[in-house]
Design a protein around this ligand. Structure first.
Ligand code: MG
Length: 252
């Protein structure tokens, strides 16, 4: 009976919309303003990345780390060479000086060809969204570890949908589309953060709801925050340090 009633409702609604279409012309459901801004796309690079489109904020274009600082507030001192910068584990994490809400982020990273180590101790770094939520960076090419901690995981929360790693020595491309959370007065989430991640053209996270902070030990915590930086992790593992290049961001 319930099904029959539902079908009847759909049928009536259908008739109603059919009536509403009467007298309509194609142009009555078309509009021309406001126009989307013209954005000149970047240039495709060998390996699949794109240089920054015309409206992007450049976070690193190969020259220097002037858009970045150490998380202690001092200058970012990771070495820049040949258009690339490399983690200096003695200096600690770095973050962008600018803070962001929702964004589209492009960032490329490379595990060194001579990498050693196993599991989490092999090319570990990370991209922290709003300085809070880690997208794991790791050599996950033939390197098993807990799957919610492999490359492309929301660390210890969300297993990536695929392993799309390129082998050490080659560049990996992350394109990250992130929706910032909103909070209630009491500091709990009104809407949680959400992320879509594409690595080398393969979707790894698809509208993944982030549960809270990405803790090494324990469960996600809710910490009220506002706009935050992109933070790159200087992980204490003893393996050869990884490199980054071509980083740009578009505010959403
Ligand atoms: Mg990490």
């Amino acid at each position: 009976m319930k099904t029959l009633v539902s079908l009847a409702v759909v049928a009536v609604a259908g008739i109603g919309s059919a009536f509403a279409q009467e007298g309509m012309r194609p142009e009555m459901s078309e509009f021309y303003d406001p126009k989307p801004p013209v954005v000149v796309p970047g240039v495709e690079l060998a390996g699949g990345g794109f240089t920054a489109p015309s409206d992007a904020i450049i976070l690193f274009d190969g020259k220097d780390l002037s858009a970045w600082e150490n998380t202690n507030g001092g200058p970012a001192e990771w070495p820049v060479k040949d258009g690339v910068f490399t983690v200096d584990k003695s200096k600690g994490d770095i973050r962008t000086k600018e803070k962001f809400e929702s964004f589209q982020l492009h960032i490329e990273w490379r595990i060194p060809e001579n990498i050693h180590g196993e599991g989490q101790l092999r090319g570990n770094s990370g991209v922290y969204l709003q300085g809070m939520y880690e997208i794991q960076v790791l050599d996950s090419y033939n390197n098993p570890t807990y799957v919610n901690g492999q490359a492309g995981s929301v660390y210890k929360q969300s297993v990536p949908l695929a392993n799309a790693m390129r082998k050490p020595g080659e560049w990996n491309v992350y394109d990250i589309i992130y929706t910032a959370p909103t909070f209630k007065e009491d500091g709990t989430y009104r809407t949680r953060p959400m992320v879509t991640l594409i690595q080398n053209g393969v979707v790894l996270q698809y509208n993944t709801v982030i549960l809270g902070t990405t803790e090494y030990i324990g469960f996600p915590r809710t910490v009220k925050h506002g706009a935050g930086p992109i933070l790159l992790q200087s992980h204490g593992d003893p393996s050869e340090p990884i490199s980054y290049r071509n980083i740009w961001i578009r505010k959403m």
